[in-house]
Structure formats: structure tokens, C-alpha cells
Design a protein around this ligand. Structure first.
Ligand code: AR6
Length: 169
């Protein structure tokens, strides 16, 4: 049983893994950023399927097929909106990574990729978010039953550096 954490730069929608994680909003009906890219690449079936999931609360995670994506599944999670850090943002962000990893494990998913959840439109400072993410993944893995290969995806080089720094702690 091993947790293999790796950093990768690029468009998460191109990765042929068991699952990619989407930084969604509570409606699960699509939006901008990585959410928009995932819905575009998956095709309209994804929105139809997600409409039947009944939304998703902040810090929770839900599963869908990948449809037109090269990945088999999409794990939709809803990160917190950054309000300065005093409104439970770190706990909610940790919960996103934890619930996504545990859902993956329950579905037999071994390889999966995360974007930097909440670090775009939702405004979470990316250096802090990266550390919260790595700590939460390491902690949640202790409850997993299968090994995991987790790709920490940065759209740009700056985010990849932050992932590397968080991994070095
Ligand atoms: N591949 C990998 N990373 C990406 C991609 C991509 N194709 N596109 C963007 N990123 P964001 P949030 C990075 O804004 O902050 C949506 O409208 C991006 O550079 O996508 O959680 C939802 O519907 C950033 O580092 O998600 C919600 O309403 C990271 O992904 C809201 O935005 C997250 O940025 C969620 O906001």
C-alpha cells in the first residue's frame, strides 16, 4: 500500500487516468475555469448526468462517468470561497481532498489527478492551499484500502512550484 504523489503541469482534461477531480460549484452544472474545461471535454452528457446528482455541498464529493474524457471518472468536489481564512476555509478545503480520495478508494480508483481546488475564481491563496491539500491527502490515505497514484496538477509553472514545496514539507 503506497501513496505516490506527483506533480504535473498542463491541462487536467488530457490525462488518461482512472479519475480526474473537478473544482466544481454547488450546482454541479458547470462553470468557468477547470470546471468549464472538464464539461467541454466530456461533452453535454456530463451536464445531464450531473443534473441528477442533486448538487454538492462545499467540502463534499460526488462521482460521475468521464463520458468523452480520457479518464474513466470525474470526481466533483466543491471548494470553499476564500473569505480571509477565518470562516473555516482550511477545514473545508481539506475535506474536499479527503472526501475525493475516500470516494476514489471506495470505487476502486487507483490513479487520479487533482487541480488546485479553490485557487482560481474562489480566491484561496495557492501557497496555503497546496499545503492543506498535501497534508489532507496524506492523512486520508491512512484510511484507504488501495494504493494511490495522485497527480497534483498545476496549470502553470508557479502552481507546480507550490505543489513541489508542499510535498517537501
Ligand atoms: N487543467 C488544470 N488546471 C486548471 C485548468 C485545466 N484545464 N483550468 C484551470 N485550472 P478554478 P476554483 C486551474 O477557477 O477556484 C468555476 O466556475 C486554475 O489555474 O477552475 O475552485 C466553478 O464552477 C486554478 O489553479 O476553480 C466554480 O464556480 C485551479 O485550476 C468556481 O470556478 C482552480 O481554479 C470554482 O473556483
Amino acid at each position: 500500500m503506497t501513496l505516490d504523489l506527483r506533480v504535473w503541469q498542463g491541462d487536467i482534461t488530457t490525462l488518461p487516468l482512472d479519475a480526474i477531480v473537478n473544482a466544481a460549484n454547488p450546482s454541479l452544472l458547470g462553470g468557468g475555469g477547470v470546471d468549464g474545461a472538464i464539461h467541454r471535454a466530456a461533452g453535454p452528457e456530463l451536464k445531464l448526468y450531473c443534473a441528477g446528482l442533486g448538487g454538492c455541498e462545499t467540502g463534499q464529493a460526488k462521482l460521475s462517468p468521464g463520458f468523452g474524457l480520457p479518464s474513466q471518472y470525474v470526481i466533483h468536489t466543491v471548494g470553499p470561497v476564500w473569505h480571509g481564512g477565518g470562516q473555516g476555509e482550511a477545514e473545508a478545503l481539506a475535506s474536499c481532498y479527503r472526501q475525493s480520495l475516500l470516494l476514489a478508494d471506495a470505487e476502486g480508483i487507483v490513479s487520479l489527478a487533482f487541480p488546485a481546488i479553490s485557487c482560481g475564481v474562489y480566491g484561496y491563496p495557492a501557497d496555503q492551499a497546496s499545503k492543506v491539500a498535501v497534508a489532507a491527502l496524506r492523512q486520508a490515505f491512512e484510511e484507504c484500502h488501495l494504493s494511490k497514484q495522485v497527480w497534483l496538477v498545476g496549470f502553470d509553472e508557479a502552481q507546480c512550484r507550490l505543489w513541489q514545496q508542499a510535498l517537501a514539507i
